[in-house]
Design a protein around this ligand. Structure first.
Ligand SMILES: [Zn+2]
Length: 274
């Protein structure tokens, strides 16, 4: 029996595309090894950008459905078997009732019974309030899932997660990410926030990184292609209009995707670390 069989991993994210852009290499690698991988997404990203602005915006409801379908297609590429949505509104995750939200995530933790949970770091990767919120809510949910507290609409037994990991990138990884996609920057309460390398993680000192974090993962040779999953996040990251959701087979929005130049794709695959 494969050592990974019977092991379960849960990734809790804020938006469709986080599963690919933030965690894709990790999810694909463990899924390929036989770990049962699940993803819980807090929102449908309905307030995100749509293409390059040259196409009419379909409206939040339709964009949410498009992005949900893209996330499901991306998870299929990554080998994720179970994808769940929490139905919170994009850009409002930091304003939800924390007790209600940690309870809902805890219900999924008790149902899925993961050994390991992944989520955003407390900085939200680049200060995104939804990412910061999902990091806090997931951390709180682990405590509630493990407690004896009854949870709404759940008969599952309490469950103690063995390990909680935050995504943590070096400054070098961030540079490569910016080179491949764009500089991640947003203004919150008048202050500009941008990508945050984990404290002490400067440059490319992998030994130091391992000592600080206890765990590093190279996903550059993962069989399922995380870059293929990234291409599923088409509506928010390209100028191509997506096709109608619900079409049989592959999403129409995936078909015109051009593959990235191979050297950059390979380098990126090696940097999608957790
Ligand atoms: Zn996100």
């Amino acid at each position: 029996m494969n050592a990974a069989q019977g092991l379960r991993l849960l990734c809790v994210t804020a938006h469709p595309d986080d599963e690919s852009l933030g965690f894709g290499g990790t999810l694909a690698r463990y899924a390929a090894e036989g770990v049962e991988v699940s993803v819980v997404v807090a929102t449908r990203g309905e307030r995100g950008r749509f293409g390059d602005g040259s196409q009419p915006h379909p409206g939040p409801g339709a964009l949410g459905r498009i992005r949900e379908a893209e996330a499901r297609a991306a998870c299929e590429v990554l080998g994720v078997r179970d994808v769940r949505f929490l139905d919170y509104l994009d850009a409002e995750l930091d304003q939800v009732d924390a007790h209600e939200a940690t309870g809902r995530i805890a219900v999924h933790i008790r149902a899925l019974r993961p050994h390991v949970v992944l989520t955003f770091d407390p900085y939200g990767a680049y200060g995104h309030p939804d990412h910061i919120a999902v990091s806090q809510l997931t951390s709180g949910a682990l405590m509630r899932a493990a407690s004896a507290e009854p949870l709404p609409d759940s008969d599952d037994e309490p469950h103690q997660v063995k390990k909680l990991y935050f995504v943590a990138w070096t400054s070098r990884v961030w540079e490569q990410y910016h080179d491949a996609f764009k500089v991640m920057r947003m203004t919150v309460d008048g202050e500009v926030r941008s990508s945050v390398a984990w404290p002490g993680l400067v440059g490319d000192d992998d030994d130091r990184r391992s000592r600080l974090l206890g765990h590093g993962l190279d996903s550059s040779s993962v069989p399922p292609d995380p870059d293929g999953a990234i291409q599923c996040a088409d509506s928010a990251h390209s100028g191509r209009p997506p096709g109608p959701v619900g079409s049989p087979g592959v999403l129409p929005s995936l078909q015109p995707c051009e593959r990235r130049p191979e050297p950059r794709a390979r380098r990126l695959r090696g940097t999608l670390l957790t």
